[in-house]
Design a protein around this ligand. Structure first.
Ligand code: PLP
Length: 415
């Protein structure tokens, strides 16, 4: 008989060694364990709208259902023509007058498109400038693609805006692209035109590709307005190769459909070879989920139902205000009000709450209060004093959850 203990172990590829996506890591595993043991967990860790009662507009569901019989086969690998045209027209209406159907590629969510775009772009050692804190997929996929994520620090004392000088100081001969996330996850920041212009200018002067993740562009509050970075490029010389990312997961609340798009703009003639690589990546995944592509045209046209949620009296608006106030009232908690998206990224004063491992801290909060938030380092943040909370639950549920967090912090103070 063969001695099975002598057989070598099956190991994961070395390229995964430094790839991280901790928002779905040990904290989520511990929550699942507690749920299996019969506990109800309040999940304030993931921006998943539908489970909190933010359901999709009926028109989108009807569209998908009606098109189901004709959506059984593969589509063109870049996506169905009507949906790509709708995306091009959407950006035309935002000032991108020459956006064409050929400039649009559809994907299984922005996530797949980030993966395709970076896999097609990066050689070993190429650097990508990514905000810290970030939406961690950008860092994870850069690493997976063989690149190096170089983080520029967003300034908590200045509305979580990035500092263009600091970004520029991190440019090296190996820098290939600059990622901007606006409105931002996890900080909720919305960048003003001057900052966008400065970021575009850095790309222009250092020959970088601009990667603009704008999935929250329609979720802004009060006077904040999310300006599409590609329009800033267009208005200032149209000389920066830009890829804009967005999709149906947030504004149209159908994250489960996995439907997103990119728009390619700027000097495309300088990117012919890259675009061939991107087309190859698109072909390799055959095509995005076809039924969900049918929802895009309807989503982008006509009445935008997200507006009901983001104005005073709307759920997202009121929950954002409530969460901000409730957290601000806790001793030693400093929180910047968000201008967009649906996240707060509070800071715990290290003098009152000295935390040496924010993941362990969040797991302890989960065990004691059955409340799940994400720790700051999961977003590649630089200290252990932050966590991210989503503002999706109804106000009463937020009140209960933040009271639980306050109790936990009070015990932590007294310990
Ligand atoms: N980009 C940002 C900034 C996000 O916050 C998210 C999801 O939370 C995504 C992309 C991924 O979106 P999708 O569901 O389209 O893959």
């Amino acid at each position: 008989f063969q001695d099975l203990t002598q057989q070598s172990e099956f190991k994961q590829a070395q390229k995964l060694r430094n790839v991280r996506y901790d928002v779905r890591g040990p904290i989520a595993e511990e929550a699942a364990r507690l749920e299996h043991a019969g506990h109800r967990i309040t999940k304030l860790n993931i921006g998943n709208m539908a489970p909190f009662g933010f359901e999709a507009p009926d028109s989108i569901l009807v569209d998908m259902i009606k098109n189901l019989p004709t959506a059984q086969g593969y589509s063109d690998s870049q996506g169905i023509y009507s949906a790509r045209t709708a995306v091009a027209q959407y950006y035309q209406s935002r000032g991108m007058r020459d956006a064409e159907v050929e400039d649009v590629i559809l994907g299984n969510g922005v996530s797949e498109l980030i993966t395709m775009v970076l896999q097609a772009m990066l050689n070993p050692g190429d650097e990508v400038l990514i905000p810290a804190p970030d939406y961690p997929l950008w860092t994870g996929v850069t690493t997976l693609a063989g690149g190096r994520a170089v983080h520029y620090i967003c300034d908590e004392n200045n509305r979580w805006w990035p500092d263009p000088e600091e970004i520029e100081s991190k440019v090296t001969p190996a820098t290939k692209a600059l990622v901007l996330i606006n409105p931002n996850n996890p900080t909720g920041a919305v960048y003003p035109r001057e900052i966008l212009e400065a970021m575009v200018d850095i790309c222009r002067r250092h020959n970088l590709i601009l990667l603009a993740d704008e999935i929250y562009e329609k979720i802004t509050y009060d006077d904040a307005e999310a300006i599409n970075a590609c329009t800033v490029v267009r208005d200032t010389g149209d000389d920066v190769f830009t890829i804009t990312f967005s999709g149906l997961s947030k504004t149209w609340r159908v994250a489960g459909f996995r439907s997103g798009w990119i728009l390619i703009s700027g000097p495309k003639y300088r990117a012919k070879n890259y675009l061939e690589g991107l087309t190859l990546m698109s072909n390799l995944r055959m095509c995005p989920n076809v039924p969900a592509q049918h929802a895009i045209q309807t989503a982008l046209g006509g009445y935008q139902s997200i507006d009901e949620f983001i104005y005073p009296g709307g759920r997202l608006y009121e929950q954002r205000n409530a969460a901000y106030k409730l957290l601000s009232d806790i001793e030693g908690v400093k929180v910047e009000q968000m201008d967009g998206a649906m996240y707060l990224f509070p800071r715990l004063d290290p003098k009152i709450y000295p935390i040496d491992n924010d993941e362990a801290f969040v797991i302890e909060l989960l065990r004691q209060q059955k409340i799940l938030v994400s720790h700051g380092r999961a977003f590649n943040w630089i200290d252990d004093q932050h966590f991210r909370l989503v503002t999706l639950p109804a106000v009463e549920e937020l009140e209960e959850a933040v009271a639980g967090i306050a109790d936990f912090l009070a015990d932590y103070r007294d310990a």
